[in-house]
Write a protein that binds this ligand. Sequence first.
Ligand code: G6P
Length: 608
Amino acid sequence: MCGIIGYAGGKQAAPVILKGLERLEYRGYDSSGIAVIDGERIDVIKTCGKIKALYAKTDCGAKPNGTVGIGHTRWATHGVPSDVNSHPHTSQDGRFSIVHNGIIENFAELKAELTAHGIKFAGDTDSEVIAQLMQYLYDGDVLGTLRLVTERLIGSYAIGMICTETPDVVYAVRKDNPLVIGLGKNENFIASDIAAALEYTHDFVQLGESEFAKLTAHAVTFYDVNGTPVEKTPYRVDWDISQAEKSGYPHFMLKEIYEQPRALTETVRPRIRGNEITLDRIALDAKNANTFDKIDIIGCGSAYHAGIVGKAFMEKYCRIRVNCMLASEYIYSDPITDNRTLTIIISQSGETADTLAALRLAKKLGSHTVAIVNVMESAIAREADDVLYTHAGPEIAVATTKGYTTQVAALYLIGLKIAKIKHTVSDARYNELLSEIEKLPNKVQTILDDISQIKDYAEKYAEHKCVFFIGRGTDYAASLEGALKLKEISYIHAEAYAAGELKHGTISLIEKGTITLALVTQSALQPKMLSNIKAVQSREGTVLCVATPKTKDVGSDADGLLVIPDGDDDVTPVLTAVVLQIFAYYVAAKRGCDIDKPRNLAKSVTVE
Ligand code: G6P
């Protein structure tokens, strides 16, 4: 939700900021803007629309002139996307310019107070109060005033700021929203995400909760909430900038789909030694694994869907109750959680606001928390008791692909490890499953080696208005993700149903022309699925089956059949997911949708 960047260095700031904004565009893309200090004044250029509109308005970064500046790409929360509501926001006297990611919950009270003192607001955003409050409270000490301002703010924020009084400096502060500091050579950066500065540096410092930073081209100083200087230890990021570029693919989503064999290898391979699973520093041994009487898995969107796959796997093999919950529901549900609950928090970005709130609540209730996260040093990674990184590499497309499949693989590893410790899986079955998990990257590669059939079906069905996904057991879990993928990027109404549930209402929607994707990878459930497919066909619905070599007979009467590589029924959701990602991608491509940046969405949802 909104991307911010700041630059203090020797180069012209505008081109660096624009490039950085492009890399942050996945966080929001309804408007953008840039502010640069030019001598004694701040020049601001902002516009509605995507970053390419800002490129046009700045003559591709030829203006504004100056070497210190800030930029923002917006996902509107308060105030419609418009030029005036775009960030940066500047105080009425032109002295301060700010960019903000988050929500200022008490903005209305602050705005009323400032308006009563004669300050005129330019737009309707909550963020503008920050700039106007800076002007109102300014006492000659910029950093001190920023501290006073944050004391008045209720809500969440990552703020970047420049000021005409200190033309060499970029200021930053954060609370409940991400902000990293990039340490370059004679240049320093602030950014919502390392991707924005990765071209210039691999050394970063995570700004802590309520910490401040003051950056010039040659130095970065950090301060705690009281304004006392603090030392911070940088970390090095080994991601390559090429991973954050399209590298010849038409969309990041397609590139990331194709990266899955490598990503899954990174998740799985380093953790399997012989037939032992080692989960980094996660403390799972006989003593503590047996202290848990239930597992809660929590996430949002696709991370939640990964959790549903994980729940089925863990219940089956660990013989322990597993709840999978949406973070936004968990936090207001008065959860029955204590120190006998193991809480697994899943988040690709590690910064989703609802998921972070759920993590904090679980910890407060005494639960041991393990986070499955992709982005290093993100808030969730830092705050959880233990973290298992998926190592999927940067994911830029809003619709997650490799983020999701690597989360599922990580859950398999955790589940199998617990099952082994608890002796709830036989040695033979453990070895079989471990070997199947290890084979997943190659099997995904087999799917990717020939996508022509999936693409053909996608293009054939691309103009339909409604698509159902049905399945039983883990196929139902995979259906949820398949339907989400299709609806978020193609805007086709897509629903997932447990196949046996269709007859309890939804079948009334099946008519001639309705497309149903029937997932049939669970051998034991094949006969039941066949009955469900027949029921759809009897209502003149069109059925496309996704099956395995073992279950493919189910598709003999269907309108279409996609066969995924043979494998163990319990780990097929990873393979099915890849097929459904490709299907969704080519439906959206055929419909001419903006695949990497679907309307109304943002990848990183840092508001509740
Ligand atoms: C957004 C994204 C989804 C993602 C969800 C959770 O809604 O569009 O693709 O699954 O957030 O994100 P997280 O980073 O916590 O996994």
